[in-house]
Design a protein around this ligand. Structure first.
Ligand code: URP
Ligand code: ZN
Ligand code: ZN
Ligand code: ZN
Length: 517
């Protein structure tokens, strides 16, 4: 069967745009409350050829313009998911969503851009980049790349430079977990931090102690605990706190910013809070699953239910979720990702006899925007402007794609969602658009419904119908962007006050960044 047949209501890739009914290149969104991270106002938004032309009250247009009434609704920048693993083979087996199916789900859920991790091929970053650039050709929305670094040698160092200067990739992730696969030791992390600093790139870290996890896993097996709960029990919050603290302190030692991905526990969050309070540039990213779920799923006696909750770091016991929400509302944590890395129940069953063989990962690319609205805004923890900041703007700023993305401003890309605060959503594998036969958020209901998604000026989601075009998505980095020029130089823009590291090393002279302006 073809991919499109798996999803009801799909316009397949082979359909022309006009057959998809979204051919109008001129759009007027009338009467909604336009929300940006800095401001909200009732205004119209006029779009032409994929770009926002004007945002102001009472825009008048002639014929040939598709008009969408947004009265009583919020008009917001499309979500940007900073953390996805589409088309990726991580632990045990290949994830089930490729760029097309994952992005189709994303668009149905109000996310219009994502940044996907590239896995090196035989340790080569360039080969990994080329492989992912190829996989991403089927994209139906815009995307960017982070690069995983899983070993260290001169070639890797050279390739990091090529990534930054020629490929527009300037964020590099290091795993402190997954011993024997992608884990790096402190020596490599330090080298990576220094290299990122010299390139003006951002270091990202998966903070879990991989050595201790192996011990924990063996302990569980010795106790006869082989089910999914063994996954949670073998890698407790203290191991996340330890590795997160270590990464933060090594970043302080090198004096460069660090981005902690998928913050799942109070332990890790408190390390970030402490460092921030001391003036260190640390970015903390919680994910939808960490904010919305607790460990009751992984302790479910039904294997399929429990296994779909297996991800790393684990979804923690009740209380961590609320603490992460609070940290997000106060700015200790800054932006929300998903770590979307989805498997179906057959793949998860590879670990039926041994939790160590359960593929690690949960879904979220489609669910994040609704869940965060309900958990954070409807609950009263944050305002709609804050919501835009943590789901879109902050990501665009950190990865230097703002204001091309992450804002509803004249000149920005027309990636827009319309959310009806009076409608409601319900999540189910039976109705989602990604590929897995399970959904870790199964049965979650809430207020607020994204009724329209516009990506690159095209209406791709409206009236519960998805109209996406394979190949219409573009790679989005500073090297391909006319509106922003800063993706190249990160730490320089980021940390002007942090020139002098504990090592006494200077940040590479600003001149290089300046020349590019
Ligand atoms: O379980 C997870 N998180 N799988 C994806 C790879 C990673 O660690 O981000
Ligand atoms: Zn990770
Ligand atoms: Zn991840
Ligand atoms: Zn710049």
């Amino acid at each position: 069967f073809s991919r499109s047949e798996q999803v009801a209501g799909f316009c397949t890739a082979d359909f022309g745009e006009s057959e998809c009914g979204s051919s109008s290149s001129k759009l007027l969104i009338k009467g909604g409350t336009v929300v940006n991270a800095h401001h909200q106002e009732v205004a119209d938004v006029y779009v032409e050829d994929g770009i926002i032309v004007s945002v102001q009250p009472n825009i008048n247009v002639g014929d040939g313009v598709k008009v969408i009434d947004a009265t009583g609704k919020y008009v917001m920048p499309g979500g940007i998911d900073p953390h996805t693993h589409l088309d990726s083979d991580y632990v045990v087996t290949e994830g089930i969503d490729d760029f097309f199916s994952g992005q189709a789900g994303a668009l149905a859920g109000g996310t219009t851009m994502h940044i996907n991790f590239v896995i090196p091929v035989n340790g080569s970053l360039s080969a990994g980049f080329e492989a992912f650039a190829e996989k991403a050709k089927k994209s139906c929305m815009d995307y960017g790349f982070h690069m995983n670094v899983i070993k260290w040698d001169e070639d890797v160092e050279k390739e990091m430079e090529i990534m930054v200067k020629e490929k527009g990739v300037n964020s590099f992730k290091f795993f402190l977990a997954y011993k024997g696969r992608s884990m790096v030791n402190d020596e490599v992390l330090l080298k990576g931090l220094k290299k990122c600093k010299s390139l003006g790139a951002l270091t990202m870290v998966h903070g879990e102690n991989g050595d201790a996890i192996v011990e924990g896993q063996q302990m569980m097996i010795d106790l006869g605990i082989t089910g999914p709960e063994g996954h949670a029990l073998s890698r407790p919050p203290v191991l996340e706190g330890e590795a997160t603290a270590r990464a933060i302190r090594l970043a302080a030692f090198v004096n460069t910013p660090v981005y902690i991905v998928h913050v799942m526990s109070i332990d890790a969050m408190e390390e970030i809070a402490k460092a921030k309070q001391a003036g260190q540039r640390v970015i903390g990213e919680p994910i939808a699953a960490g904010l919305a779920l607790d460990d009751s799923g992984i302790f479910d006696p039904d294997f399929t239910t429990a296994a779909k909750n297996v991800m790393s770091p684990p979804i923690r016991k009740s209380g961590h979720d609320k603490a992460l929400q609070a940290a997000l509302s106060t700015g200790v944590l800054q932006l929300v990702g998903t770590d979307h890395c989805s498997f179906n129940s057959t793949q998860k069953a590879l670990g039926i006899d041994d939790f160590r063989k359960i593929p690690n990962g949960v879904n979220g690319i489609e669910e994040r925007m609704h869940l965060v609205w309900d958990i954070m805004v409807v609950s009263g923890l944050i305002t709609p402007s804050d919501y835009v900041r943590i789901t879109s703007t902050e990501c665009a700023r950190i990865f230097n794609i703002y204001p091309r993305k992450g804002a509803i401003l004249a000149g920005s890309d027309a990636d827009i969602i319309i959310l009806n605060p009076n409608a409601s959503f319900e999540i189910s594998a039976a109705t989602h658009h990604t590929r897995s036969d399970t959904n870790v958020f199964e049965g979650k209901k809430g207020k607020g419904k994204i009724e329209v998604t516009i990506a690159g000026g095209k209406v791709v989601w409206e009236g519960g119908e998805l109209k996406v075009v394979r190949g219409s998505g573009r790679c989005c980095s500073s090297l391909s962007s006319s509106l922003t020029c800063c993706r190249y130089s990160h730490a320089a823009a980021f940390a002007p006050s942090m020139k002098q590291g504990l090592l006494g090393a200077e940040v590479e002279e600003e001149s290089e960044e300046k020349e590019r302006h």
